[in-house]
Write a protein that binds this ligand. Structure first.
Ligand code: ISC
Length: 385
């Protein structure tokens, strides 16, 4: 590792670390609900190659949904493996273990430990016509019936104009964490552009030689009576889910004959239940990022067969996915870490907020229900504002 020094620092408000750095800098925020910790990185050190992962305590990884990002909406937010000059880590079970890492103490700003005020930006929703969704849905149904496609994950983007003049991310991150204690809360800032969200879906987690991935697909509103049980027994959702399990398993079987597939379960989030199956194997060779590249995009985000579904999305979706539904995560110095998919997410620019959500569509799907499902998924972002 390069010459980072570290010391125990307990901040009553951990986000004071994030606040101490200028907005023009790069920063990232990461809350892991399983490990119950927060890692923040501020002031970019360098973009690194994977072989140099041990240079810093942590690196932050992003990869766009498609190979390239077209247009200017996403600014310079794209594929990256980046390290930072300063990190603050919070162990939510033992505050004595909170640490401040720094490679350049002379550039560390004064950190003022203070409460973060609530922040509710003044936003104007730029109306979107439901008929756009209806057309897309019809095109998908046509493709499912005439081509050999079993599932397509279609997404929507809503645009809100920011009338407040700025966004205050500390407040947004606090609400994302409060509302979504079961989700990975992340934010990646590059100047005026911030991609953030609260994702429940692990693409791949590496712990030593153990590689684990979630098949997370199939959704029901919590507003429905007995939703969890209904979801477990619902044939359309089971089909959507099994396509994901099968695809991840097949990819894992190429590496090892022994793939563990857990029992299907429901996961409760703030507004919805999802179906989840965990798949894991032992792999001595491939890195966390290599696994992310191998698995992305699973049929929970793209569709099946992969190539045809992606081709359809590229042609028919009107917006640029950018980092939405794409791999994004934290790699530790020893190569372990977690890469999630950037769903329940939004891109913030100084003027606009673009929120994304999608849903898996199979031939049994209903246009209106899927539209409502997307609206519900968008709540993760909207409720944090
Ligand atoms: C594509 C999204 O959700 C995926 C993850 C869980 C459940 C899903 C579903 O039931 O359609 C989606 O596959 C999204 O939130 O934008």
């Amino acid at each position: 590792m390069k010459n980072y020094t570290y010391r125990n620092v307990t901040l009553k408000e951990p986000l004071s670390f994030w606040s101490a750095f200028p907005v023009a800098d790069q920063r990232f925020f990461w809350f892991d609900p399983i490990e119950q910790n927060i890692v923040m990185g501020c002031e970019k050190m360098e973009t690194i190659d994977e072989k140099d992962i041990s240079n810093a305590p942590f690196a932050f990884y992003t990869q766009p949904f498609f190979d390239q990002i077209k247009g200017k909406t996403w600014g310079s937010i794209t594929k990256e493996l980046v390290t930072f000059k300063h990190y603050y880590t919070v162990d939510l079970n033992n505050k004595e273990k909170n640490k401040l890492y720094s490679i350049a103490l002379e550039t560390l700003p004064t950190i003022v430990d203070q409460e973060i005020p609530e922040f509710h930006p003044h936003l104007k929703l730029l109306e979107k016509d439901k008929s756009e969704w209806e057309h897309l849905f019809q095109d998908i149904q046509d493709a499912l019936s005439t081509q050999k496609i079993e599932k397509i994950v279609a997404s929507q983007r809503i645009t809100l104009k920011n009338l407040s003049g700025h966004f205050q991310f500390e407040g947004i991150l606090k609400r994302l964490m409060k509302n979504n204690p079961q989700a990975f809360v992340f934010a990646y800032q590059k100047g005026d552009f911030v991609f953030c969200g609260a994702s429940p879906e692990i693409l791949v987690k590496k712990q030593g030689q153990k590689i684990m991935s979630y098949a997370l697909a199939g959704t029901m509103s919590k507003g429905i009576k007995n939703a969890s049980q209904l979801l477990l027994n619902d044939s359309k959702n089971r089909l959507e889910h099994q396509i994901v399990v099968k695809s991840i398993k097949e990819k894992m079987l190429k590496v090892s004959d022994e793939v563990n597939v857990s029992k299907i379960e429901t996961v409760a989030l703030k507004n919805v239940y999802h179906l989840r199956t965990q798949l894991s194997l032992i792999d001595k060779k491939a890195s966390l990022i290599a696994w992310a590249k191998m698995l992305h995009p699973t049929p929970a985000l793209g569709g099946f067969p992969q190539k045809d579904a992606l081709h359809f999305i590229k042609i028919h979706e009107k917006h640029e996915r950018g980092l939405y539904a794409a791999p994004c995560g934290l790699v530790k110095q020893n190569g372990d870490g977690t890469i999630i998919v950037g769903i329940r997410s939004a891109l913030f620019t100084s003027e606009y907020l673009y929120a994304f959500a999608g849903c898996g569509i199979v031939s049994e799907s209903d246009c209106h229900s899927e539209y409502e499902e997307i609206k519900l998924k968008l709540q993760t972002i909207l409720e944090a504002l």
